[in-house]
Design a protein around this ligand. Structure first.
Ligand code: A2P
Length: 267
């Protein structure tokens, strides 16, 4: 069989219009843009996004889609790095500007890659929260699981702002509020400043404190399904913790107890 390159139309990103930009802290922002009519995705997937480069060549990076698949617009959550090839420019975008959006979404953080279970643990650090924002807005996830525990670990309290706003919005939503009332457990945790929840996700899992604080039963391979997204070292440490307890990693060909994706955009 001969492998052929994708036709140019499939490779060229779509040009879309920025509709809203929010700056959450010195280092974090989110924005919305119009959605290409042809873009279909499952909650938790990522897509290439970017801006045209100075030499005409686009600068593209993988970004998890933070909006739900039923939303008319796309949303992304990004860090802002002063000398980052993409994010130094992305942080200056304004409504009305254009962004490039890839034509195909993909990724491993999808519910179909998990075995059936009753509690879904969404464990994230930093911008690794993004795919889980999409997932907690997906009614299908509330059908599949009795409890969804959204954990977001950050160094500082200011980094939690986007997640807090999203959860607040869902809880006060006329349609979603009742659906997730007893099901969604939001657990923000901070490592380098005083906050009501303190400590690394790894320690909160191994000590059982996460479950105690949420007034829930301890980690259980029979019921718990897990998605991980965040810093590479957190992912490596959590993978070890779950491996040691017999949890099996899932993928597109075989569902498992947990799935992993690194938070993509570093620059
Ligand atoms: P800490 O402040 O103790 O390093 P970063 O900004 O470096 O990506 O970190 C985001 C969050 O992830 C921080 O709260 C950080 O905690 C935490 N973190 C970093 N490495 C690990 C790890 N190996 N296991 C668990 N949490 C981690």
């Amino acid at each position: 069989m001969t492998l052929r390159a994708a036709p140019p139309a499939a490779r060229t990103p779509d040009t879309q219009t920025v509709t809203d930009v929010r700056h959450w802290s010195e280092w974090l922002m989110s924005f919305r843009c119009t959605r290409p009519a042809s873009l279909r995705f499952r909650s938790g997937e990522f897509v290439m996004i970017g801006l045209p480069g100075d030499n005409g060549k686009p600068i593209l990076r993988a970004y998890s889609i933070a909006s739900a698949n039923w939303e008319e617009q796309l949303e992304f959550f990004s860090i802002k790095v002063h000398d980052g090839p993409l994010t130094s420019r992305l942080q200056r975008i304004q409504p009305g500007d254009t962004v490039l959006i890839g034509r195909k979404a993909t990724g491993t953080l999808i519910a179909d890659n998990l075995l059936p279970g009753s509690r879904l643990l969404l464990l994230s650090t930093g911008t690794g929260l993004a795919p889980f924002v999409s997932i907690v807005k997906d009614p299908d996830v509330y059908e599949r699981f009795d409890d969804i525990v959204l954990v977001h670990g950050c160094r500082q309290v200011s980094e939690l702002a986007y997640g807090e706003k999203i959860v607040e919005g869902l809880r006060s939503d006329e349609l979603f509020g009742p659906l997730l009332e007893d099901k969604l457990h939001y657990y923000p945790t901070v490592t380098r400043e005083p906050f009501r929840n303190r400590g690394r996700i790894t320690d909160l899992i191994t000590s059982g404190k996460l479950f105690q604080d949420c007034k829930m039963p301890p980690l259980d391979i029979e019921t718990d399904r897990i998605m991980l997204c965040g810093s590479p070292s957190m992912l490596a440490d959590l993978r070890t913790i779950f491996d040691e307890r017999g949890f099996i990693e899932g993928n597109h060909s075989e569902p498992g107890h947990f799935v992993i994706e690194k938070a993509f955009v570093e620059r």
